[in-house]
Design a protein around this ligand. Sequence first.
Ligand SMILES: NC(=O)c1ccc[n+]([C@@H]2O[C@H](COP(=O)([O-])OP(=O)(O)OC[C@H]3O[C@@H](n4cnc5c(N)ncnc54)[C@H](OP(=O)(O)O)[C@@H]3O)[C@@H](O)[C@H]2O)c1
Length: 199
Amino acid sequence: MRTLTYYVATTLDGFIAGSDGADPTGTIFTVGPDYVEHVVTHYPETLPGPAREAMGVTSLGNRFDTVLEGRRSYQLGLDAGMTNAYPHLRHIVFSRRLGQSPDPTVELVADDPAETVRRLKATEGRGIWLVGGAELAGALYEEIDELILKVNPVAIGTGIPLFAGKAGTAGGAPRRFALTENRILPSGVAILTYARQTS
Ligand SMILES: NC(=O)c1ccc[n+]([C@@H]2O[C@H](COP(=O)([O-])OP(=O)(O)OC[C@H]3O[C@@H](n4cnc5c(N)ncnc54)[C@H](OP(=O)(O)O)[C@@H]3O)[C@@H](O)[C@H]2O)c1
């Protein structure tokens, strides 16, 4: 069965962005050559289209064929003039208020994200990448099978956490994960892969 992976950059103190909701790439999360090499080698499909083009990356990797994005994360691309940052993947954006997709290659979904993911999991295909942000991750909390945390050696004290909304406030039972892979880059970024334990 297809799995849902939250593959996301985080600070040491568990934030995926600053409180202003701006794109943290290149500011909070510095992008060094070792990090770029890691992504190109292991997760080339997670690079935005313009970056793939600039670097001459054509590989679609072997992990994901679908990407899920919350509207506020998607909006950052729109504001930068990109209506589809991932044209090489099936790109689904969740929004209750956008109404119409700004790009015919981006699917807009207003329905329950968890229900949508359960439907996707029941179909054939590669893995499903949850890019974020926190609110969408909160809505999909119970559907996440794998976490790939790109832990950057930086703390910001406050900001947008890994999970917000329902999951952020639920105070429910702990969900256990098993470490399945770890890689420490020379720049100090730790790439930690965890699989959800089901028993
Ligand atoms: N560190 C990383 O790797 C990483 C990755 C991705 C994003 N980010 C950062 O995360 C921040 C954005 O995160 P965020 O938590 O503010 O927002 P978000 O999760 O990206 O988007 C929230 C929006 O998604 C839609 N949505 C959420 N739950 C929904 C549901 N149950 N049904 C339908 N639509 C739903 C709503 O859109 P409408 O308001 O249109 O209805 C909601 O306003 C940005 O700063 C971005 O840079 C960081």
